[in-house]
Design a protein around this ligand. Structure first.
Ligand SMILES: C[S@@+](CC[C@H](N)C(=O)[O-])C[C@H]1O[C@@H](n2cnc3c(N)ncnc32)[C@H](O)[C@@H]1O
Length: 323
């Protein structure tokens, strides 16, 4: 960070909302240019706090209310040279996006607080909110700055820093997919990760013994972040990745990971099914329980049936195979 940026004050925008609206609001904040977004969901933190292997800041637990709190940080460049006017413009844009989300999801009190903080505080805040997290039986995800984290000899530690692309393991669908890889992937499997985001699922598959992993994302920014993460986690040689979708993939695959939204799963079902090996497994996630039947119907039309399903906080992972 250059000196001028380090000395400038950053804008921290805190939004009090519901667990249901947290993802949609986080995506909107990232779209507005927030450099970091941290979600504090009281039920998640309490859930994690019961796991004795994971550290949860006791101060954060003590401060828990019943609402989900989203903290986001905007860098000085996001504020105009006009100072206060820049802050007001950013806040007005945030409020517009909250209204948008409020038109289709319950957003609770939607109280917004804003304050200016020094750059070091932003970094410290981020560090306080992202700690090592056990995502599945053998997989722990930790930011690079958490140096104290230790995992067992048969476990996998994935290093990922938050804020740059979807997928730090804290989202239900990511955790469901990692767990599906952890207990469903055969050693040496040929794997395709469609919509790799931060690359977390491809890294988990490579680290847990896949033979080859292909990963793609339509978002070039996400793919750049994913490739950095492949290198950071030492799996670069095992993972081939490209900007785009599954059209460029060379199947058949033993395991296809598709943590996409319900509408995208429906649109891409035929293409994904065509890439699956006869005894292969497709993990379809990114959908909420309400969309389950619709997604299953579409996959049935292309010859895939439900083998198992996993649910967390209304989010689903459907594990499908050939009929
Ligand atoms: C919900 S994120 C999942 C990220 C990561 N795989 C995880 O499990 O945390 C979905 C990702 O899919 C990408 N995406 C959306 N539609 C896609 C498509 N048709 N083909 C490939 N990637 C797509 C998005 O850019 C985004 O990075």
């Amino acid at each position: 960070m250059d000196e001028a940026r380090a000395n400038a004050s950053w804008l921290e925008v805190v939004i009090h909302t519901t667990a249901e609206a947290a993802d949609a609001i986080s995506w909107q904040l990232e779209d507005l240019g927030a450099l970091g977004v941290a979600v504090e969901d009281p039920s998640d933190l309490l859930f994690i706090a019961r796991d004795t292997t994971v550290f949860v800041d006791p101060e954060a637990l003590a401060e828990l209310g019943s609402e989900t709190v989203i903290r986001s940080w905007f860098e000085p460049a996001a504020l105009s040279a006009a100072g206060d006017a820049g802050r007001e413009i950013t806040l007005a844009r945030v409020r517009e996006r909250l209204e948008l989300v409020g038109s289709y999801l319950p957003v609770g009190s939607c109280r917004v607080e804003a304050r200016e903080i020094a750059a070091e505080d932003w970094v410290e805040n981020l560090k306080r909110h992202y700690r090592a997290m056990r995502v599945s039986e053998r997989v722990t995800v930790a930011p690079t700055w958490d140096e104290d984290v230790v995992v067992g000899p048969d476990e996998l530690l994935i290093r990922l820093d938050p804020g740059m692309a979807f997928g730090t393991g804290s989202h239900e669908t990511t955790a469901l997919c990692v767990a599906a890889i952890d207990d469903g992937m055969a050693p040496g499997a040929q794997v395709l990760d469609v919509g790799t985001g931060s690359g977390i699922l491809a890294i988990a598959a490579a680290g847990l013994g896949a033979g080859r992993v292909d990963a793609c994302d339509i978002d070039p920014h996400a793919l750049r972040v994913a490739q950095e993460n492949f290198a950071l986690n030492g799996v670069g040689a095992k993972v081939e990745s490209w900007v785009g979708s599954h059209e460029a993939a060379r199947g058949p695959y033993d395991l296809i990971l598709a943590n996409l939204l319900a509408d995208i799963l429906i649109a891409e079902a035929a293409g994904l099914a065509a890439l699956l090996a006869p005894a292969g497994i497709l993990v379809a996630s990114g959908l909420i329980t309400e969309r389950r039947d619709e997604v299953l119907e579409r996959f049935a039309e292309v010859g895939l049936v439900l083998r198992e399903e996993r649910e967390r906080n209304d989010w689903l992972a459907l594990i499908l195979g050939r009929a």
